[in-house]
Design a protein around this ligand. Sequence first.
Ligand code: NAD
Ligand code: TYD
Length: 369
Amino acid sequence: MKRNILITGGAGFIGSHVVRLMVNKYPEYRIVNLDKLTYAGNLANLKDIEEQSNYCFVRADICDYEAMQEVFRKYDIDGVIHLAAESHVDRSIKDPFTFAKTNVLGTLSLLQAAKEYWNGNYDGKRFYHISTDEVYGALELTKPKGDPNGNECGGGPYGDLFFTEQTKYNPHSPYSASKASSDHFVRAFHDTYGLPTIVTNCSNNYGPYQFPEKLIPLFINNIRHGKPLPVYGKGENVRDWLYVVDHARAIDLIFHEGRIAETYNIGGFNEWKNIDLIRVIIRTVDRLLGNAPGTSEKLITYVTDRAGHDLRYAIDSTKLKNELGWEPSLQFEEGIEKTVRWYLDNQEWLDNVTSGEYEKYYEKMYGSR
Ligand code: NAD
Ligand code: TYD
């Protein structure tokens, strides 16, 4: 079946994996990647598929309502996978306005454009909003060691409670507050206008093409350069890590088979205390660089904690498993090995995004940001 799918934020980390999967898997679809190309958007992430005939790129800001109307009309859009957002908690603490603008008003502008273009004819239409587990707030740490075998360092459940689809929203950072607000708008458009919406809330992603301001690529890059590894607080916070390609697989499945008006949680059942995860990263990078074990341990630097730092995130994705049969395909050990190797093998990509080289390139192609 022919379809015209709008993917927003497709030049970013998760978006680029979703675009790649959809372009390769569905040659009969037209995949329209719409992205503003902020500091986080990088078309180099899509070099391998940019020439494919079922792919096209539109540079636009989701806050620009007229531009959104035009895209729906021009490409006759019948499905939306909405990933465009400001995504980094630390930036949201410094500049909450940009987060409210893009994440809340941008989502609203996209919803309104979809509603207007589809004009009540919702047959076969779908507006799928990608959100985060951070909207649920923070969980307690009730189990001091995650590894049931009692090892000091290991992933596992760090508490008895998990976020489910019924957990009440309780966001703490400006980032999570803006995402929570956008989720509410999406559901309101279903409840008020009947727009066929789906929302998913996913845990922390890791893998290739993640901007090196987030923990895993930042630390790999810093180890490579012998720079300090800034651990917030005591490194006791827990995150549930999912390999990005597994998230993209879930998005594809839910976009096609998820039930309208439903929420699905997506997670890895893979909790790690930051400091344990950091030690795994150090060991892996040192080994792959041929350094003696423990060489980069000295780079660990404890710094002032992040304001409002959520203690623990842990997702229960049983609903998705039971309804649609999705499970993470990759063991964490394999995922982290692949990820470290990718950043070490793609140092040019890392150097370009950290030096701003790619920004100059895209300024030349598309004008200034
Ligand atoms: P990212 O920061 O890597 O990419 C965001 C993309 O959105 C970039 O390409 C950027 O240029 C684009 N963008 C930003 N503002 C825009 C605007 N106004 N108009 C058009 N495009 C704009 O983010 P990511 O980590 O890939 O996250 C993608 C989505 O998934 C976000 O909605 C995020 O909230 C959600 N999410 C992320 C994670 C995670 O661990 N990274 C986990 C759960 C959910
Ligand atoms: P991050 O990758 O920013 O994702 P999020 O805040 O959305 O979970 O951070 C992951 C965890 O790592 C989080 O608990 C904050 C911590 N962290 C550090 O300790 N140091 C750092 O330099 C960064 C970026 C994060």
